[in-house]
Design a protein around this ligand. Structure first.
Ligand SMILES: [Zn+2]
Length: 278
C-alpha cells in the first residue's frame, strides 16, 4: 500500500516527529478540522490566529515532510455554548474561505446536544449553504452519540439547500453508521486506541456496510491518540485478506472523491514533491 490519506487529524498539537513517521508510513495528504484547543479561547481574535495557524504555518510544516495539508474552519461545539462568541467567529470565517487549502466548514456538530449548540450548528449550516462549502460534522462521544447524531441528521435534512453527499458525518460507530449512510452522507470512522473505534471494529463495519462513502481517520490530537491509526487499519484489513483495491479505495480514493467536491481542491502527488523541493 504505497499511499494513504488521513482526512481528520489535528497536527497543530502533534510534533514534527509525527509528520516524519506519517510520511514514512505513506501519508501524502491530510485534512485538519478546526477544533477545541483543550481550553476555551478568550475571544474571537484567538480564532483568527488559529485560522492563520491552520492555513499558513501548519501547511508549510506538513509540506516539509512531503505531506499536503488541507483545513476546515469553524467554532467547535464545546465553545459554541457561548452563542455570542460563536457568532463573532462565524463572521470571521468568510475572509479565510478562499485561502489555499481550505476545504469547507468543520468540524461543526454537537457535544452535549444543547439548544445553544444546535443554534450555532444551524448558523454554520447557513454559512455553508450560502457559500457552497463542504461540511465536516463531529458527532458527540459515548452516551450522547446516538441522540446527537439523530439531531444532526434531522437538522441537515431540514436544510434543503445542502446536498447530503457534500457532508461527512464523522466519528460514526456501529449504532450510527447506518442512519448516516442512509441519509446519503459520507461517514468517517475514527480509530482511537481507547475510546471511539479500534481498527478491528472499523474493519467489521466495512465488512458489514461496504466501502462506499466511507473514510477512516486517526483524529490525532493533544489527547491519547495515534497519528498512525490509518496504517494500523490498513494492516488489519490486509490481515483479514481484503484486496489492495478495496483498501486503497477506503484510505485514498474515497477521501479524494469527497474533497474533490470542493471547488478549490486539487491534488497532484507529483506537484506536492516538486513544491517541497523548491
Ligand atoms: Zn477532531
Amino acid at each position: 500500500m504505497p499511499f494513504y490519506i488521513d482526512p481528520h487529524i489535528h497536527m497543530v498539537s502533534r510534533t514534527t516527529d509525527d509528520y516524519k513517521r506519517m510520511a514514512l508510513a505513506g501519508c501524502v495528504l491530510i485534512s485538519e478540522p478546526a477544533f477545541w484547543a483543550g481550553f476555551d479561547r478568550s475571544g474571537p481574535e484567538g480564532f483568527r490566529d488559529y485560522f492563520r495557524h491552520l492555513t499558513e504555518y501548519e501547511r508549510t510544516r506538513a509540506l516539509a515532510y512531503g505531506i499536503e495539508h488541507r483545513s476546515w474552519l469553524c467554532i467547535n461545539a464545546k465553545e459554541a455554548e457561548n452563542v455570542s462568541l460563536a457568532r463573532d467567529v462565524i463572521a470571521l470565517i468568510p475572509e479565510f474561505l478562499d485561502r489555499r487549502g481550505v476545504l469547507g466548514i468543520g468540524e461543526i456538530g454537537l457535544n452535549k446536544n444543547t439548544k445553544n449548540e444546535a443554534t450555532v450548528f444551524l448558523e454554520h449550516l447557513d454559512l455553508a449553504a450560502k457559500t457552497g462549502e463542504l461540511i465536516l460534522v463531529h458527532t458527540p462521544h459515548l452516551a450522547d452519540k446516538y441522540q446527537g447524531t439523530r439531531m444532526i441528521l434531522d437538522m441537515l435534512k431540514d436544510d434543503r439547500r445542502i446536498p447530503p453527499e457534500r457532508v461527512c458525518i464523522d466519528h460514526v460507530e456501529e449504532h450510527t453508521i447506518r442512519p448516516a449512510l442512509e441519509a446519503g452522507h459520507w461517514v468517517g470512522m475514527t480509530l482511537y486506541p481507547i475510546t471511539k473505534c479500534t481498527p478491528a471494529r472499523a474493519a467489521d463495519m466495512i465488512e458489514r456496510y461496504g466501502t462506499d462513502r466511507v473514510l477512516v481517520n486517526s483524529a490525532g490530537d493533544w489527547g491519547h491518540s495515534d497519528p498512525l491509526a490509518v496504517p494500523e487499519f490498513i494492516f488489519e484489513m490486509k490481515r483479514r485478506g481484503h484486496d489492495e483495491a478495496s483498501i486503497r479505495k477506503i484510505v485514498y480514493d474515497n477521501p479524494l472523491a469527497f474533497f474533490r467536491q470542493s471547488r478549490r481542491f486539487s491534488f497532484d502527488p507529483a506537484a506536492a514533491s516538486a513544491e517541497k523541493a523548491k
